[in-house]
Ligand binder design. Structure first.
Ligand code: SF4
Length: 367
């Protein structure tokens, strides 16, 4: 008899429903730098990047705020490139990583993985997931688009070396036992190269997980073309055909739901559910996660802050107060549907606006 192995996803927001019976603040994403050595055309925070770091709120003040969140399970660190400077790693990142470790909270760093190995060694003892983006069809594309939004670009040779660093670092960190997870966004550029990209993630970088997400048309990525639902369904089916079954494939923010009336959507969901080493993650933003900017103290809900407006600030309120206010807001209520029978928490706001602007999702539609 075949057994279906499903890896445990610590970032799955439905764990909170199982544990607490309701949406719960269990995940904080920290913006720990505004610096980056690249300027990718698909960068979700491109226009917020700076060339000089601002002073951060002292780590012990942030930790006092985190102490109040008893339900915290996961912490993610993003930027910019959180591992760019050793000073930033020591001052801003390590105190929070060590704090997480002391509470048994799982951690993830989003890095472009182009830096010297000594940067990664500083955080390795405290880290659960090294998360990287792999959206490059080849070195030429990396060299051209990885710095597309930079005013003065480094030499082609230097940029090529950074590309090769990604592969070398991923392989070395994986061999050393680190859980390296590569994410690829589906868009007009990546879809034709998905099989090659998956092969590189699994067999050359030796990653433990390949995450597949839709591309959001936001910030720098505004100019990249999204794909339609038919093409989305087709490429997911193809990935399931050729995937390396030894690595975990995680489909995040999938734009297909159990309440769909399209048989092809239901067949795809069933296929993923019945496949070993594959999972689908409910969207975390606004469900279990808020973002904390360690420079300003601003709290935002990533997918809802396109206008740059913060939802609150930790200098004036506790994290749990801000989260409660968020859940009570009209925008949160407008997208938070829930079907316990299939453990579905509904569409995220960008996916809903992109693919289902006229659809009304009704909680409990699946019995
Ligand atoms: S939770 Fe929302 S999206 Fe998911 S099956 Fe129910 S109504 Fe559909």
């Amino acid at each position: 008899m075949n057994t279906i192995f499903k890896p445990h996803d610590e970032w799955e927001p439905y764990i909170d429903i199982d544990q607490h019976g309701k949406l719960t603040l269990s995940n904080i994403e920290f913006t720990t730098t505004n610096l980056c050595n690249m300027r990718c055309s698909h960068c979700a925070v491109g226009y917020t990047l700076l060339t000089k770091e601002l002073p951060a709120i002292p780590a012990d003040e942030i930790i006092r705020k985190l102490d109040e969140v008893e339900t915290l399970r996961t912490m993610s660190f993003t930027g910019g490139e959180p591992l760019l400077t050793k000073k930033g790693i020591k001052d801003n990142l390590l105190p929070l990583l060590k704090y997480a470790k002391s509470r048994g909270i799982k951690t993830q760093i989003n890095s472009n993985l182009t830096l010297p190995m000594s940067h990664y060694e500083l955080v390795a003892p405290y880290l659960d997931v090294m998360h990287i983006s792999h959206n490059w069809c080849d070195e030429k594309e990396f060299v051209e688009t990885g710095f597309a939004m930079m005013e003065k670009t480094p030499s082609v040779e230097y940029r090529g070396n950074l590309y090769r660093n990604i592969f070398d670092n991923a392989r070395e960190l994986s061999k050393g036992g680190m859980f390296v997870s590569a994410e690829t966004m589906l868009n007009r550029n990546t879809v034709p190269f998905m099989e090659k990209i998956h092969h590189e993630v699994a067999n050359e970088m030796l990653c433990k997980r390949h995450e597949i997400h839709p591309m959001y048309a936001s910030d720098f990525a505004e100019s990249l073309e999204t794909i339609g639902l038919d093409e989305y369904r087709k490429v997911i089916n193809e990935i399931l055909d050729y995937r390396n079954k030894d690595i975990w494939v995680l489909f995040g923010t999938m734009p297909f739901y159990p309440c769909s009336r399209d048989e092809r959507d239901l067949a795809l969901i069933k296929r993923i559910n019945n496949a070993s080493n594959t999972t689908m993650r409910n969207d975390v933003d606004g469900r279990s996660r808020m973002n904390l900017n360690i420079f300003s103290g601003d709290i935002s809900v990533t997918d809802f802050s396109d206008d740059g407006q913060a939802f609150g600030n930790i200098k004036n309120e506790s994290l749990t107060q801000i989260y409660k206010r968020w859940l009570d807001s009209n925008i949160s209520k407008s997208i938070n549907c829930h079907c316990p029978a299939v453990k579905c928490l509904g569409a995220n706001v960008i996916v809903k606006n992109m693919y289902y602007p006229e659809t009304e999702f009704v909680s409990g539609s699946i019995k």
